[in-house]
Design a binder for this molecule. Sequence first.
Ligand SMILES: Nc1ncnc2c1ncn2[C@@H]1O[C@H](COP(=O)(O)OP(=O)(O)OP(=O)(O)O)[C@@H](O)[C@H]1O
Length: 351
Amino acid sequence: MSAGIGCRDLRVHAGGRELLSVPELHVASGRTLAVLGPNGAGKSTLLRALGLLSSHRVSGQILLDGRPATRSQMRDAIGAVLQRPILRRGTVADNVISGLRFRGVSRREARDRARPWIEALALGPLADRDARSLSIGEAQRVSITRALAAGPRVLLLDEPFTGLDSTTRADLLADLRAALTGQPTATIMVTHDRQEALALAEETALLIGGRIRQHGPTTDVLDQPGDPDTARLLGYTNLLPPALTGLAETLVARPEHTRLVLDSHDEHDDDTRSVTGTLRRTVALGIATRVDVDTSAGPLTCLHPGDVLATELPPTGGEVRVRIRHARSLNDADQDEPAARLASGTRASTP
Ligand SMILES: Nc1ncnc2c1ncn2[C@@H]1O[C@H](COP(=O)(O)OP(=O)(O)OP(=O)(O)O)[C@@H](O)[C@H]1O
């Protein structure tokens, strides 16, 4: 029997259509899975179905420690943190112990068990504050602490960092990661943010259109898109089909690895490392300059660090060359050798 949460042949229907189809998924105790997907992918649908919290038509098996779970078993096992924290009346400390109280733990024991979590999540200074006076970031910290303090076997996190400023988010992510380390909790976090997956989860599943397209160690999954949809989700938004590169496979590249060839910046220019197109527009983004280029095979986005002087750029509608500094082959999990050839110029790639 494998400890943790999972499902088999899970399908969710609503409004006359299938929202989710997951043949198999398992998150072991002590592990964290990030479910990464764009808006509408079915992330919350999956989380609710796994927690037996769905109001839709659900078929298949939800497994707790390898066995089909009843609602009451699941209720006892899970802690959930939603996008918007829902706190009760009372102080921060009252809220943190409420999960334990709900499970029948006495007030005194609940206080003792909650104390280390309040310290670990740096809530000590706020413990006596009225929960209604908290900022959204503080309230989410309380919500996470409440869930952890109850000692859940399964922790379900539904985009818990949405709406937090970047510093608050980074601090909370680090505190949560530290708090989960060594705990026998199977954690599933749904998110649309790659950085959150990287910071928190050993494993990542890519969910698109209600189906898991890729699943594996986070660092592998985030850097090995298998198809154009997962490439886009992972930030490889530039698609380079064979018609454009002259190579056999489709390559994908991140905008930050795609640059205009500007003579003064690129003295060792080499035609074979580049593709040509028409400059559509330039947008100054403060720390970077975005240049959109139309090629014969579709649009490309270039991202240049800093300001590119307008005088260095050809006019809108002018012909430009775009250099791909690093690209990956789709479906090439081990090595981006064709991409390396494009980058090193050993095969002609100018259309
Ligand atoms: N009752 C319903 N009837 C029909 N479709 C529904 C219903 N509830 C949800 N959906 C659809 O299911 C899909 C998945 O929704 P879900 O909320 O799980 O996506 P998500 O990945 O969590 O999105 P987001 O990141 O925007 O929160 C969406 O296309 C949504 O419109």
